[in-house]
Write a protein that binds this ligand. Structure first.
Ligand SMILES: *[C@@H]1O[C@H](CO)[C@@H](O)[C@H](O)[C@H]1NC(C)=O
Ligand SMILES: *[C@@H]1O[C@H](CO)[C@@H](O)[C@H](O)[C@H]1NC(C)=O
Ligand SMILES: *[C@@H]1O[C@H](CO)[C@@H](O)[C@H](O)[C@H]1NC(C)=O
Ligand SMILES: *[C@@H]1O[C@H](CO)[C@@H](O)[C@H](O)[C@H]1NC(C)=O
Ligand SMILES: *[C@@H]1O[C@H](CO)[C@@H](O)[C@H](O)[C@H]1NC(C)=O
Ligand SMILES: *[C@@H]1O[C@H](CO)[C@@H](O)[C@H](O)[C@H]1NC(C)=O
Ligand SMILES: *[C@@H]1O[C@H](CO)[C@@H](O)[C@H](O)[C@H]1NC(C)=O
Ligand SMILES: *[C@@H]1O[C@H](CO)[C@@H](O)[C@H](O)[C@H]1NC(C)=O
Ligand SMILES: *[C@@H]1O[C@H](CO)[C@@H](O)[C@H](O)[C@H]1NC(C)=O
Ligand SMILES: *[C@@H]1O[C@H](CO)[C@@H](O)[C@H](O)[C@H]1NC(C)=O
Ligand SMILES: *[C@@H]1O[C@H](CO)[C@@H](O)[C@H](O)[C@H]1NC(C)=O
Ligand SMILES: *[C@@H]1O[C@H](CO)[C@@H](O)[C@H](O)[C@H]1NC(C)=O
Ligand SMILES: [Cu+2]
Length: 541
């Protein structure tokens, strides 16, 4: 069982302008805190001692300031996931991409500029695996004077899906780096920091949502798990999806949702069932053949108010762990709202067509001494380039024209064309090229980027994430992308506007965006959740 993670490439645009206003100001004190879960104590990193961390509430268009103070013994950065930060990449947060880490005892003041986003996002640490516990919700209300494009809910609740290791997360990460295999799987998933009563010692803390009959609840669901795409559902209640990644969607009703690590989904829950206790639950979607993964189920309880004798809650029907149809069917059902107040702006005239293969890889180790397949070290790549952390952050090197930190040769197409999704692929395809390469884009370039998952080492679903932009998902499919046929079926009318999209296992996804956020770094990370023979790969955001 091995997991792997790696950030893969980055794209730099031009120029910078700093915004600076007197604004709401918050302090994020990063510190080590004792928490007890699953019958054992653990020291975790938190913000302000809270787990999950504090929720930030803002209005659309607001700018806030966060003073991040590092009182822990680890390097750390904080990232505002999905906030496009127009012309302000300096505060974006990814370690070695837009900043060097905040060292123990140091602090860093970040300005977070909310512009077009409206709905739910989240913040998290962007250093090694610190984000396992250093994360929290961001609620972005409509601008003053405007309202939701659906009847105002009676109440709103962040639902943060997380993942817990009984071991110290840094030990898990270090072991993973040392062995070259995948990290140990987690011991639990969680809803709002609590595993729920299917796990040992967890019943008392189980997250409970007290509801009144006949109300409408807006659940702001965030997948803060490290690696796994999750299925989530509420027993006896369907969910009406109204938004994802801080962008409104055409409402549609589903019995479950599929949510990628990094993604947010806003749903309306109508409490119109018999007054009782009902479980909400989440568990992993793990598509890769022979995978070892955390197959446990986290629960919380919805408790109707009133006088009644509650029955033992039953679990909702969640799709089977390997139900790829259920996964892609849900994600493929997302559409932009695309009404007069929320128009779409899909780039039509494309200036740059990019085609990026996403692969799981394996580096050779001396005497086959690593814990990956056949003694190799697991890795991952985009267009066969496996990202190497630079010595200083890429943004600073770019801005100050410091040579030798990164190259600008990131290829538009894979170096080798082969049947990407063939069942058997030659072993020599497994070894990627290490490098720190960026793709430089012109201001206002209109990009179509097709991600093609490959079956090198192991096929997997790959959640991809973009910084500085949300993008329109104009198409997707299983198998190899066909450049002549597939574009004919693109949705250019109401494609969803997302910042995270899971490229289906041995499939492809086409996204479009306009490169109009100068100075922004575009970074992307492969999240792989795979197994073949006996190994798993995962990654980080
Ligand atoms: C956890 O720590 C508390 C306080 O130090 C201690 O009382 C308790 O026994 C510990 N629990 C376990 C399971 O180790
Ligand atoms: C912490 O960050 C500093 C500054 O970038 C770096 O020199 C150092 O190697 C980092 N330490 C660790 C343990 O990564
Ligand atoms: C942040 O660091 C600077 C430089 O070390 C120091 O002067 C300042 O007091 C620190 N601020 C906070 C809030 O800790
Ligand atoms: C928005 O409206 C509320 C209440 O009307 C007010 O308290 C708040 O200051 C306003 N915010 C902005 C940014 O105008
Ligand atoms: C509850 O609300 C859902 C969603 O609107 C609807 O489909 C269902 O029929 C309602 N059930 C009852 C018992 O009213
Ligand atoms: C989860 O995996 C373990 C270990 O492979 C297995 O024993 C167990 O039956 C699985 N549980 C479920 C609910 O699938
Ligand atoms: C999914 O898993 C079930 C149970 O492990 C198995 O019977 C089924 O064949 C699998 N389906 C696919 C498509 O692999
Ligand atoms: C999802 O499944 C439903 C019911 O089978 C079907 O009508 C719909 O077209 C599917 N959507 C996608 C995106 O596959
Ligand atoms: C796309 O480009 C063509 C040719 O340059 C131009 O006629 C057309 O107006 C452009 N369309 C859009 C939507 O910009
Ligand atoms: C491991 O090596 C054997 C023998 O070369 C080969 O048949 C097998 O495909 C390899 N497995 C992987 C996952 O590379
Ligand atoms: C590529 O591999 C897939 C899966 O084995 C197969 O179905 C398909 O026919 C192959 N395509 C070509 C062009 O060989
Ligand atoms: C699946 O995993 C088992 C146990 O790790 C291994 O023995 C078996 O060879 C694997 N099967 C395939 C087809 O890779
Ligand atoms: Cu991000």
């Amino acid at each position: 069982m091995k997991v792997f993670s790696l950030q893969v490439f980055s794209i730099i645009l031009f120029a910078r302008i700093l915004h600076c206003h007197a604004q709401a100001r918050y302090t994020f004190l990063v510190e080590e805190t004792q928490y007890t879960r699953l019958c054992s104590n653990n020291t975790i990193l938190t913000v302000n001692g809270q787990f999950p961390g504090p929720t930030l509430y803002v209005n659309k268009g607001e700018t806030i300031i966060v003073d991040v103070i590092n009182n822990a013994n680890y390097n750390i950065t904080i990232h505002w996931h999905g906030v496009s930060q127009p012309r302000n990449p300096w505060s974006d947060g990814p370690e070695y991409i837009t900043q060097c880490p905040i060292q123990p005892g140091a602090n860093f003041t970040q300005t977070i500029i909310f512009s077009v986003e409206e709905g739910t996002l989240w913040w998290h640490a962007h250093s090694e695996w610190a984000r396992a516990t250093v994360h929290g919700a961001i609620v972005i209300y409509p601008e003053n004077g405007t309202t939701y494009p659906f009847p105002k809910p009676d109440a709103e609740v962040p639902i943060i899906l997380g993942e817990w290791w009984k071991s110290n997360i840094y030990d898990v990460y270090d072991e993973f780096l040392q062995t070259g295999g995948d990290p140990n799987i987690s011991d639990a998933y969680m809803i709002n920091g609590q595993p729920g009563d299917l796990y040992p010692c967890s019943s008392p803390g189980t997250f409970t949502l007290n509801v009144d009959y006949g109300w409408t609840y807006l659940l702001r669901i965030i997948n803060a798990a490290m690696q796994d795409i999750l299925f989530f559902a509420v027993a006896n209640h369907s969910l009406t999806v109204v938004g994802s990644d801080a962008s409104y969607t055409k409402p549609f009703t589903s019995d479950y949702i599929t949510i990628s690590p990094g993604q947010t989904i806003d749903v309306l829950l109508y409490t119109n069932q018999t007054s009782d206790y009902y479980y909400m639950a989440a568990k992993a979607y793990a598509s890769t053949f022979n995978i070892t993964f955390d197959n446990t189920t986290t629960t919380a309880i919805i408790q109707y108010s009133g006088n009644y004798t509650p029955s033992t809650p039953s679990l909702p029907n969640l799709p089977l762990y390997n139900d790829t149809n259920a996964s892609v069917n849900f994600t493929g059902s997302l559409r932009s709202l695309a009404d007069d107040d929320h128009p779409v702006d899909v780039p039509i005239n494309i200036t740059n067509n990019l085609f990026f293969t996403i692969s799981v890889n394996a580096f050779l180790c001396p005497n086959n001494s690593c814990a990956g397949p056949n003694g190799t070290r697991l890795s991952s790549s985009v267009n066969n380039i496996s990202f190497v952390n630079p010595s200083i952050d890429i943004l600073e090197a770019y801005y100050n024209s410091i040579n030798g930190v990164f190259g600008t040769q990131f290829p538009d197409f894979p170096p080798l064309v082969f049947n990407y999704t063939a069942q058997y692929l030659p072993l020599d395809l497994q070894i990627p090229q290490p490098g720190t390469e960026v793709k430089v884009l012109d201001y206002n370039a209109t990009i179509e980027l097709v991600f093609q998952g490959t079956n090198v080492v192991a096929g997997a679903d790959h959640p991809m994430h973009l910084h500085g932009f949300s993008f329109y998902v104009v198409g997707w499919g299983l198998g190899n992308f066909d450049k002549d046929i597939d574009p004919l079926n693109y949705n250019l009318v109401d494609p969803p506007l997302l910042n995270t999209i899971a490229v289906p296992i041995n499939g492809w996804t086409a996204i479009r965006f306009k490169a109009n956020n100068p100075g922004t770094l575009f970074t992307s990370f492969v999240t792989i959740s795979v197994i073949i023979l006996t190994y798993v790969f995962r990654a980080r955001l």
